[in-house]
Design a protein around this ligand. Structure first.
Ligand code: ZN
Length: 128
């Protein structure tokens, strides 16, 4: 069910506003070679589960309910001042102010890459 498909590929796609927790547990990373005719669309539903993703990439990851704290990867953090939402993937650092609305934004920032590449790395393209 993809009722609210994100139209267009604008990088300004913030967080998915839907509430249902629907995740693809096994991240099926499409290895389909890109041809010029392949149409692809960013599908927020295909982003990794925030809980699994953040647990994998963050240090001193401590989940607490829907939130988790961890060391901030965007500054030299000694006390966990990084807070993430495990449902929607929003993140915020109380120390350096780094923030974003979802796993995609985090991944872009962490890796210093543009959204298209981040979407590829996260396997969130929906190929038509
Ligand atoms: Zn920080």
């Amino acid at each position: 069910m993809r009722s609210n498909s994100s139209k267009g590929l604008s990088t300004a796609n913030t967080q998915p506003s839907h509430n249902h927790t629907h995740y693809h547990a096994t991240s099926k990373r499409s290895l389909t070679p890109l041809s010029n005719k392949t149409r692809r669309q960013f599908d927020p539903n295909m982003l990794p589960n925030p809980r699994e993703y953040y647990a994998r990439v963050l240090k001193k990851f401590h989940p607490r309910g829907k939130q988790a704290t961890a060391l901030c990867p965007f500054h030299s953090d000694r006390n966990p001042s990084f807070s993430v939402n495990l449902i929607h993937g929003m993140f915020f650092c109380f120390s350096c102010g780094a923030s974003g609305g979802n796993v995609l934004k985090f991944h872009m920032r962490l890796r210093g890459i543009v959204s298209a590449k981040a979407i590829t790395e996260l396997g969130a393209w929906n190929y038509e």
